[in-house]
Ligand binder design. Sequence first.
Ligand code: AMP
Ligand code: MG
Length: 414
Amino acid sequence: MTSDTPNLQELDRMRPPQEAWEIIARRLPKPEVEHIPVAGAGGRILAADLHAPEDFPPFAASTMDGFAVYSADSSPWREILGDQPAGAMIDAEVTDGYAVRIMTGAVLPQGADAVVPVEATELAEDHVIIHQEEVSPGENVRQIGSDLRKGDLVLPAGTRLGPAEIGLVASMGLTPVPVTRRPRVSIISTGDELVEPDQPVGPGQIRDSNRFSLATALHEAGAELAWSGMAPDKREDLETLLNERTATDDIVITSGGVSMGELDLIKAILFDAPDVQVHFRRLYLKPGKPLNFATRGKTLIFGLPGNPVSSLVTFEIFIRRAVLAMTGAAQTERPRLRVTLNRQIEPSDRIEYVRGIVRQDASGVLIGESTGVQRSSRLASFIGANALLVITPRETPYQPGEQVEAIMFGIPHS
Ligand code: AMP
Ligand code: MG
């Protein structure tokens, strides 16, 4: 614990989620840039603005299978000069009385300024009869630069490269592409009672589930899992492991060992370590009250409560957002919607994030409903949930018809 640590009372003050987030946000390292081939860049965050290096399309192209013609030509039939498939370049000029058979995406031949679709034509030996009264210049032609102009800002820094974005990057030939480095994160599940999921459980034992929930959540957030494992409640082992992981990783997540018990060692280890600074260790939040946040140098340390729901909720609210901010993502926060309760909800003595299902009813109203028993050991309370309903403390129960805020981590059901 370093000298600039706040006093104990301040350290243990129950912080509302927003205040806790601001403390974390001040300690986030800046995103780092790396250049990787487009083939592996799906899901990554752009590190720089991408501008179109050329006009797109780079040539005037047909949008139809048909005949390339000169629009002012009024000849009743045209002699076919040849074929223009996509990816080739015919050596012919279209003038009055002539046409070139053309495919979708092919370059418009010289002299041609329009395409008559094949449905409006009739073939007769080596010529074609046009059954279209008027052909306007540019008809069925995609002009140079009509999709993108050279120099256009196509994708700003901070954009997540989804399917459409990756397609644009590839089509503009911008590979390797500048993306931000994914934060390296390790997960340490702590507890003498823990066994691996493929092991039978003895008396008092439980299978480690947090490690796998957190690894999945990390993957979805765009982090790289550097290491994950279990450790018993042994002070020296935990200290060694924490030292090793904080030396190499950007974020170290522990689960368990931050409550008030004798064997809640993580809280004590972080507090006592001379080179670790603890910034807060209690939240005005249910679940997740005993969350510890500390730093060792540039490494962020999150000491999550062991209860599966508490660890996932605190991950969702703080760590996910930290990972996104560290990757420079433009959007780090989940959208919040006002939803109408359809059942009574009893408030708690802290802000409660109730796992909920938000759906739109027949008249378009967004309804929010709790998933049932909210005990912090009950992972099933997350199943089917797409939102955290924000229930702030007050004297009286929340009534059906009242509106509350919903933090949306999925899309509303219909
Ligand atoms: P703790 O925060 O260590 O006091 O643990 C609180 C509760 O969460 C206890 O019932 C633990 O058995 C349980 N728990 C702790 N770690 C895990 C884990 N990795 N997976 C599932 N449950 C856990
Ligand atoms: Mg424990």
